[in-house]
Design a protein around this ligand. Structure first.
Ligand code: NAD
Length: 282
């Protein structure tokens, strides 16, 4: 199956990043958001990144103009009817995603694969709401999309082998390395990463070492580019807590209990970089 046109729902951080890498790979992109402002913000963000790349000599102006010409922004969902592959990257909310997916299901061509970039919602559950569950798949990009190489391709129990193969091929075409994952809370990366951060908070809470020493330990001893507590500040402590709560609930396993200090920090409003204070001051 050759993918000429890709539809993207949501022009936020992730949707615009996905649009950018697909357009660079020579695919036409129709990117939809709910307001003209949101669409324009997404398109302007892509343009600014391209212009910076041209300024640094990493991209030619011709390539930039060609890639920008492949992207069209719209508020009209019907413009996605011609897409060969659609990626939903709207706000993380189950009811919102269900209503968007049902609308796309009706208007997309037969054979069009519908993917979601959700970080936490069950692919199997979303697939069950579709008339084409075999053509539904998780395609989880990482932030910032133009920089991060990984895509988790998540198969729900209903997803067909062909859908998986086409999604993996699309990820490669967009310059990414896919890994194949079964549907499960947190998929692979967040399942490993966020409990590691939570454990670092326990180590801090127990007074075993300072935040600086914990981070230096994991950088120098495990070769991580950033320590777990600095990473928590970057992700947002509220997000880390929310992910741990999903694991604790969905696996029904006390090994995923959030560190009390993590909850205490969130209650205090010390959410990390975005609040100028987390485990570090900014
Ligand atoms: P964001 O808030 O930057 O963007 C979401 C966009 O969706 C907004 O522009 C919003 O207006 C739009 N939207 C809402 N309802 C819509 C509708 N009905 N139709 C079209 N657009 C609609 O959020 P984001 O960070 O880009 O996250 C998007 C998705 O990607 C979420 O499911 C999130 O869990 C997932 N994700 C996020 C990250 C991350 O680090 N931010 C990483 C991987 C996956």
């Amino acid at each position: 199956m050759s993918i000429q046109t890709i539809g993207i729902i949501g022009a936020g951080q992730m949707g615009s990043g996905i649009a950018q890498v697909c357009a660079l790979a020579g695919i036409n992109v129709v990117m939809r958001d709910i307001s003209n402002e949101a669409v324009q913000r997404g398109v302007d963000g892509i343009k600014a990144l391209f212009e910076r790349a041209v300024g640094k000599g990493k991209m030619t102006a011709e390539d930039m103009n060609a890639a920008l010409a492949r992207i069209s922004g719209t508020t009209d969902l019907n413009k996605l009817a011609k897409a060969d592959f659609i990626i939903e990257a709207a706000t993380e909310n189950l009811q919102l995603k269900l209503s968007i997916l049902k609308e796309i299901d009706v208007l997309a061509k037969p054979g069009t694969i519908i993917a979601t970039n959700t970080s936490s919602i069950s692919i199997t559950k979303l697939a069950a709401a579709m008339s084409r569950p075999r053509e539904f798949v998780g395609m989880h990009f990482f932030n910032p999309v133009p920089v991060m190489s990984l895509v988790e391709v998540i198969r729900g129990v209903q997803t067909s082998d062909e859908t998986v193969a086409i999604t993996e091929a699309l990820a490669k075409k967009a310059g990414k390395t896919p890994i194949l994952v079964k549907n499960s809370p947190g998929f692979v990366v967040n399942r490993i990463l966020v409990p590691m951060i939570n454990e670092a908070v326990f180590v801090l809470q127990e007074g075993i070492a300072s935040a600086e020493e914990i981070d230096a330990g994991m950088k120098l001893g495990a070769n991580h580019p950033i320590g777990p507590l600095a990473l928590a500040d970057l992700i947002g402590l509220d997000t880390c807590l929310a992910v741990m709560e999903v694991f604790y609930r969905d696996f029904n396993d006390p090994k995923y209990r959030p560190a009390p200090l993590l909850r205490e920090m969130v209650d205090a409003g010390f959410l990390g970089r975005k609040a100028k204070r987390g485990f570090y001051q900014y």
